[in-house]
Design a binder for this molecule. Structure first.
Ligand code: ADP
Ligand code: MG
Length: 425
């Protein structure tokens, strides 16, 4: 089979992105696979293409209804009758119709939330379909080491076996070896093909601005966003109140409706805000970290952090929502002296990880306590930030370019960087 031709035929793309072809081949051969690629790299295509080519059913498990809806809408343009979604917001009759189509072999891709697999009724119905691939997207949710652990993911290995899936494909952007091994273990992947790509995002530029006060910060955020080229933009604020306050200021300064998104709003409101942003009707959203998974808008030009995020990993995830279309985009961090977070986030994270990395974490904390500054080794950052060494190197590169850390002169592989003077105690 000519994979490139199928890529062109179904999606209109000329080239595979790194890793995609390998993953597609594994899926076509019916081998288990673990795919680790950064957000925006194109993981979905790794299973969508083989699903469309194969002559059996592919089930895709994904943790968020909004994520599934976006994918299904996208695929309906490509293959209108081949894809469907089961969810609790849809009527029983609609769900039954979907299952009938799955059983009759008319459906190629079925998107399902992980909770479904608790239902015997669902399992017995879907068992009538001829199942090929069982896809677990955002697979780090199965691992307690990941940052989004979901108990429902625990059932998936048994479900895949019960449904006699030909192969399981697990995909995630969380690259720590510990999470990867855990995913392989818990999903029971058999001799999986492992596909991993680099985590650098060369089109993103990073900058940190030090602000004198909250007002100063808000003014500078407004200045950045006044520029039309800086939009669409996401502004992360630390708290719900912080969001409301900043959105008001921005709305006034810019003469626009600036949307707010946080967990204190009801679900309809949040869905409406997210949809309006995705559709390009809302140029700026001010949000807490609740605005997360599922926000995969390709043309976000700016991600602003109005306060220092809690961890490098969180920063990287959130900043990574900029520029998924590959065009230049900016990630700006506005910090004031009292945002102590940045000063301590490595340490705090190290504390959380203490059980597993006791010795390392203690060393970091001791250094910090003794010198008011500390150096981290790449391997340590990799563990602390849940990524591989390339990921760690990329984070350090970004943070160094942003002036947040100074890379240590040498040896390059060992000492990776330290926080700059201003952040010292
Ligand atoms: P991920 O799940 O890894 O975060 P997605 O699967 O959502 O990423 O893909 C991100 C974007 O990349 C989508 O808009 C998708 O259409 C695009 N994309 C994926 N593969 C290719 C490709 N081979 N060529 C061009 N664009 C692609
Ligand atoms: Mg994805």
């Amino acid at each position: 089979m000519d994979a490139r031709a199928e890529l062109r035929r179904h999606f209109g793309f000329d080239e595979f992105r790194p890793g995609q072809e390998e993953a597609v081949r594994a899926a076509l051969e019916g081998r288990d696979a673990l795919v680790v690629m950064p957000t925006g790299a194109g993981k979905s295509l790794c299973y969508q293409l083989p699903a469309l080519v194969r002559d059996d059913l592919t089930i895709v498990v994904s943790p968020l209804v909004s994520l599934m809806q976006d994918q299904v809408e996208g695929l309906r343009r490509v293959a209108p009758d081949a894809v469907a979604l089961l969810n609790s917001q849809q009527s029983m009759a609609d769900n039954q119709e979907v299952l009938r189509r799955a059983a009759s072999g008319r459906l190629k891709l079925l998107y399902v939330a992980p909770e479904r697999f608790a239902s015997r009724w669902f399992l017995d119905h879907v068992q009538r379909a001829r199942l090929g691939l069982f896809v677990v997207d955002e697979a780090h949710c199965v691992s307690q080491w990941g940052h989004d652990f979901r108990p429902d993911y625990f059932r998936l290995a048994d479900a895949a076996r019960y449904l006699r899936a030909r192969a399981i494909m697990a995909l995630t952007a969380t690259a720590t070896p510990r999470v990867a091994d855990d995913v392989v273990d818990r999903l029971g992947l058999a001799e999986p093909v492992r596909v991993t790509t680099g985590f650098d995002r060369p089109n993103l530029s990073f900058a940190v601005a030090r602000c004198g006060s909250r007002q100063d910060k808000h003014r500078r955020v407004a200045t950045v966003l006044r520029d039309l080229e800086a939009r669409p933009a996401i502004v992360y604020a630390g708290t719900r109140n912080g969001c409301e306050e900043l959105a008001k200021t921005l709305g006034r300064e810019l003469g626009l409706d600036v949307a707010v998104y946080h967990a204190g709003l009801d679900r309809e409101r949040r869905t409406a805000v997210q949809r309006a942003f995705m559709a390009g009707d809302t140029p700026i959203v001010v949000a807490t970290n609740a605005f997360g998974m599922g926000v995969d808008k390709a043309d976000v030009r700016t991600v602003i952090h109005e306060t220092v995020p809690q961890s490098v990993e969180q920063y990287y995830q959130e900043a990574g929502r900029a520029g998924r279309d590959g065009r230049p985009a900016r990630c700006l961090l506005f910090a004031e002296a009292r945002d102590k977070g940045l000063h301590t986030f490595f340490i705090e994270r190290a504390e959380i990880e203490d059980a597993a990395f006791g010795a390392v974490a203690r060393r970091i904390r001791r250094q910090a306590a003794e010198n008011g500054r500390y150096e981290l080794e790449l391997s340590v950052l990799a563990d602390v930030a849940s990524c591989d060494r390339d990921g760690a190197r990329a984070i350090v590169g970004h943070l160094a370019r942003a002036g947040v850390v100074q890379p240590a002169p040498s040896p390059p592989d060992r000492a990776m960087g330290r926080l700059v003077g201003e952040w010292d105690r």
